[in-house]
Design a protein. Structure first.
Ligand SMILES: Nc1ncnc2c1ncn2[C@@H]1O[C@H](COP(=O)(O)OP(=O)(O)OP(=O)(O)O)[C@@H](O)[C@H]1O
Ligand SMILES: [Mg+2]
Length: 427
């Protein structure tokens, strides 16, 4: 073939290529249009790992948590996994399993692809706004809440300026806490409101934190309530031992290292802090008048909490406890610094009934009226009552325990009576 013909020949091949290419892209364009007309569904994929450095996507894990809880009710094929830091089995959709969800009357489909580690969401394009907006917001919110509930919680303690932690597994709940039901309900409501009010706090420009002061005699349930709070909200606990802290710099370091969704606990502040704000030393635990040993003042701590928390992460509770609330400087415990004061007192009859139900699953008994009368006359702590209700032998029956409690209450009543008589006799 002559060069001239060769070039013409090549030109026509090239032109054909161009034609096919253009024809193909218009086919693609029209087929795309046709497809969307014929197939009006939108698909969105959520991959487990995203970005150049392949970070695990938060959206993926929230969707996984959401679907594992909702799909386990409907999907036909599930798989069960033990997940690190999670005490229970986590069910999730088996590979290629499809799950139909419904939101405000709109159907949508989730499909999990195991080998690609992705979730595919399919929905009709006319629901675009509803799905991209409220639905996905609902899925991520629910998923995150489920993750918090399932995650293994930790109990941190500080030795000096470093935290160390153990797995937090305390059985106390507000159901098992001996307290008047309506007071308990009010506290639970306050806590649940707090945990759901992130937007509220950012709208009013306040740090998302709430400070509780639990006060009352020893053995009335202050530490038990803290555990119940952590279990209710799924929070970690940071048990801050202030006497182990040298100065404010160490305190700042410890507080900055705490994570959100946690309770910072400062027990027995009357024993670990200078309550008047002067740089003296607090007393040893339980010794009302002994010398003080820490270098951190309550006002210094509260200023940190006010200042520190407005500067960084939110959703933290701070809980102070004390046996001697009357010792605390009112300026330091005023509302706004310590938002909620909770008095845990001696055991009343309603609180006793909670303990009787916890320990013996009894809600009434012929000895209850006698116990009610004695509890109205004698101050005894739930710890003491719990001690008497503890079954002494495997076959023990409630009567033995209730009778031993009555004996103890009657002797306490006589001792009180004697004390009163002595007081009257002393001139
Ligand atoms: N209100 C309560 N409800 C249920 N159990 C209680 C209650 N109060 C005390 N107890 C029982 O008594 C034990 C001691 O209670 P807890 O440690 O909560 O007392 P506390 O108020 O923190 O005492 P302290 O002031 O000495 O720290 C707990 O293990 C718990 O079993
Ligand atoms: Mg305690």
């Amino acid at each position: 073939m002559s060069p001239r013909n060769m070039i013409t020949h090549l030109g026509s091949i090239f032109a054909t290529f161009i034609f096919i290419y253009q024809f193909r892209s218009s086919i693609e364009k029209y087929s795309q249009k046709l497809l969307t007309f014929v197939y009006p569904y939108i698909q969105i994929t959520f991959k487990e790992f995203t970005g150049e450095i392949l970070v695990r996507s938060e959206a993926y894990s929230a969707i996984e948590a959401y679907l594992s809880s909702t799909s386990s009710l409907h999907a036909k094929r599930l798989k069960a996994d033990m997940v690190k830091n999670n005490p229970s089995l986590v069910l999730s959709m088996d590979g290629h399993e499809e799950f139909v969800d419904e939101f405000q009357g709109v159907k949508l489909w989730w499909k999990f692809t195991e080998e690609k580690r992705l979730y595919k969401l399919t929905f009709h394009k006319k629901h675009w706004d509803l799905i991209i907006g409220p639905y996905l917001k609902h899925v991520l919110k629910q998923g995150k809440a489920i993750q918090v509930k399932n995650r293994q919680r930790k109990l941190y303690t500080n030795n000096g300026s470093n935290w160390s932690h153990v797995v937090f597994e305390h059985p106390a709940t507000f159901q098992t806490l001996a307290m008047e039901p309506d007071r308990k309900e009010e506290i639970v409501e306050d806590l649940v409101n707090f945990s759901g009010s992130g937007e509220f706090y950012s709208r009013i420009g306040r740090a998302w934190k709430r400070v509780y002061l639990l006060y009352g005699p020893p053995g009335t349930g202050k530490s038990t309530m803290i555990a119940a709070m952590a279990n209710l909200l799924g929070y970690d606990i940071y048990d801050l031992e202030l006497t182990a802290i040298k100065d404010n710099a160490e305190l700042r370091k410890l507080l900055i290292e705490t994570s959100s969704k946690s309770i910072i606990v400062v027990e027995d502040i009357d024993c670990s802090l200078d309550l008047t704000g002067q740089m003296k030393y607090p007393r040893q635990k339980g010794n009302k008048d002994g010398p003080k040993t820490s270098h951190v003042t309550l006002s210094g701590l509260l200023n940190f909490i006010d200042g520190f928390w407005s500067a960084c992460g939110g959703e933290r509770l701070v809980v102070f406890t004390t046996n001697f609330v009357e010792e605390l400087d009112p300026a330091l415990i005023r509302k706004g610094r310590m938002d909620k004061h909770i008095h845990l007192s001696y055991c009343g009859f309603e609180a006793f009934k909670v303990l009787a139900k916890n320990y013996w699953k009894i809600e009434c008994h012929d000895l209850f009226p006698k116990i009610q009368d004695l509890l109205n006359e004698v101050n005894t702590t739930p710890a003491d009552v719990a001690e008497h209700l503890m079954p002494t032998s495997a076959s023990g029956d409630p009567r033995t325990c209730l009778e031993s409690l009555i004996l103890a209450l009657e002797s306490a009543k006589q001792a009180k009576h004697k004390e009163l008589c002595c007081e009257e006799e002393t001139p």
